[in-house]
Design a protein around this ligand. Structure first.
Ligand code: KIV
Length: 265
């Protein structure tokens, strides 16, 4: 398989082939994802909750993101890696956003950046894409706005908010994004957005009509300890596997059943 670039995703949409995307935060999981054929790996700021033990994504810093982007990039050859711009790295000024996006490409080594927001972010995204930065949009439920929204709320439930989301998607397409994440949006509205724009939509909690799907890797692996979102599906139960392994290890050390001659020199 050849290294994937932005054109690959456009072709998938045109050919009606679904795009497979997944988050990853480290070298090992990135290798597994690539070997399984995951086409787009997002180093999401969900890093904060999945790996760093934060309550929300708001506490994640740019340096933390870059550290994990480098690890994921080292674990991939062909998958397309996207770095998620964390809270307040692109809201203060467009100049700062341009500099921070550059750090993702130059230091993090990723293939593209993602940022949250709709039409209000179109001007910034135009500047980034004109300068040669591949950008993935993200509309609908926006985790970085959880504090002002008062929680994680499904977006586009009324006719007015649904229309506003469609306008957001069109504005992002015009600004040059290569794909848009649709998060927490009713299936009917995602379908309409997917039919309206010519770039691919990647859904999470946005129904089956999207051109692709993305999930948080901890949810897929059954490694999530707290709340499991309705949109997620567990394809493994690593919580139980790890718990059993650690308990067995502890018991064998306590009982002197480990190490044996086999593990000794
Ligand atoms: O941070 C993240 O993992 C994301 C996905 C939910 C799309 O933004």
């Amino acid at each position: 398989m050849k290294k994937i670039n932005v054109n690959y995703f456009q072709k998938k949409k045109e050919d009606g082939e679904k795009i497979v995307a997944l988050t990853a935060y480290d070298f090992v999981i990135a290798q597994f994802a690539e070997n399984a054929g995951v086409e787009l790996i997002l180093v999401g700021d969900s890093l904060g909750m999945s790996v760093l033990g934060y309550e929300t994504t708001v506490m994640v810093t740019l340096d933390e993101m870059l550290h994990h982007c480098k690890a994921v990039v080292r674990g991939t050859k062909n998958s397309f890696v996207v770095g998620d711009m964390p809270f307040m790295t692109y809201q203060i000024s467009d100049e700062e956003a341009m500099k921070n996006a550059t750090r993702f490409l130059q230091e993090g080594g990723v293939d593209a950046i993602k940022l949250e927001g709709g039409k209000e972010k179109a001007k910034l995204i135009s500047r980034l894409t004109s300068a040669g930065v591949p950008v993935m949009g993200h509309i609908g439920l926006l985790p970085q706005k959880v504090m002002t929204a008062g929680g994680y709320k499904i977006a586009g439930k009324t006719e007015e908010t649904a229309l506003s989301l469609i306008q957001d998607a069109v504005a992002l397409e015009q600004a040059g994004v290569f794909a848009i994440v649709l998060e927490g949006i009713p299936s009917k509205v995602s379908k309409k957005i997917t039919e309206t724009v010519s770039i691919p939509t990647i859904g999470i909690g946005a129904g089956e009509a999207c051109d692709g799907q993305i999930q948080v890797v901890n949810d897929v692996l059954g490694l999530t300890t707290g709340y499991l979102p309705k949109h997620s599906k567990q394809y493994a139960n690593l919580n139980d596997t790890i718990k059993n392994a650690f308990e067995n290890y502890k018991n064998e050390v306590k009982s002197s059943d480990f190490p044996t001659n086999k593990e000794s020199f």
